[in-house]
Ligand binder design. Sequence first.
Ligand SMILES: [Zn+2]
Length: 288
Amino acid sequence: MAKSSIPGCSPLTVKISSMLEAALQERCRVTGSTPDHVVQEALSRLLEVEHHTLFQVSTATALVQGVYQGCVTVGMIKRHGDFGLGTYDALDGEGLMLDGHVWHAKADGSVVEASDSETAPFWVSAEFKADRTAVLSSVTDWNDLCAQLDGLRRSPNLFAAIRLDGRFDRITYRVACKAAAGTSLVEATSHQAEFGLDEIDGTLLGFWSPAYARNFNVPGYHLHLLSKDRRRGGHVLGIRGRNLSVQVMDANNLAVALPQSGAFLKADLSQDPTAALSKAEGAGAKST
Ligand SMILES: [Zn+2]
């Protein structure tokens, strides 16, 4: 396999039989995949590494309904990936997971590494391995970013994990404030803390979810910022930047852990959360 410049990937040289090599080439020819991709998928299955799987805690509708009680520990979340986002017990800030470390962005603007005993009422994580990469030479605002990322996804019907690294000319983000159980997400985020940074190095990490998954996850792009110095972070509202490195991972498996106690069991989760999610989680309105 060719040496890869993708962060987190290592070159591997192995000897395989000519029969296997022919089969590998045929698979690549038929599917359009690279040898790296086919070998990585085969090894992932053999070694039971959940590549292309999203692990999710609770549902977006439950969050909209004010089910904020933490139900899965950070320690447990780390077993299901090295990359992801979420929030903490009582909607206390924003969660960020990057390269296996989990961070807690707080409403006062600070960021600390989360302890394994902290709990999350909502989280999405993945074992991040890029399927494709690109450089975005110019991003003028949130909608422009979304349009460019659209071209890097395989299908509107698959989930995707997305990572962007670089220097952001301007970025605006929010951090959710602690809320009482039962307070709707729209109400809780109506007095969120909002921040803006200029010329900041960092990473945007998150997911794209299909519209049909609206009851489980936030439809469209959902990205959190973690600054390179790990001192700033939150839920992205607006962005402007240049020369941003993008990595996209397709995700075609979804594992969902549902809370088995507390308010989740009694909440009315039959409603369509689209409007509330758009209001509470939507980016773009604060484009820079
Ligand atoms: Zn968020």
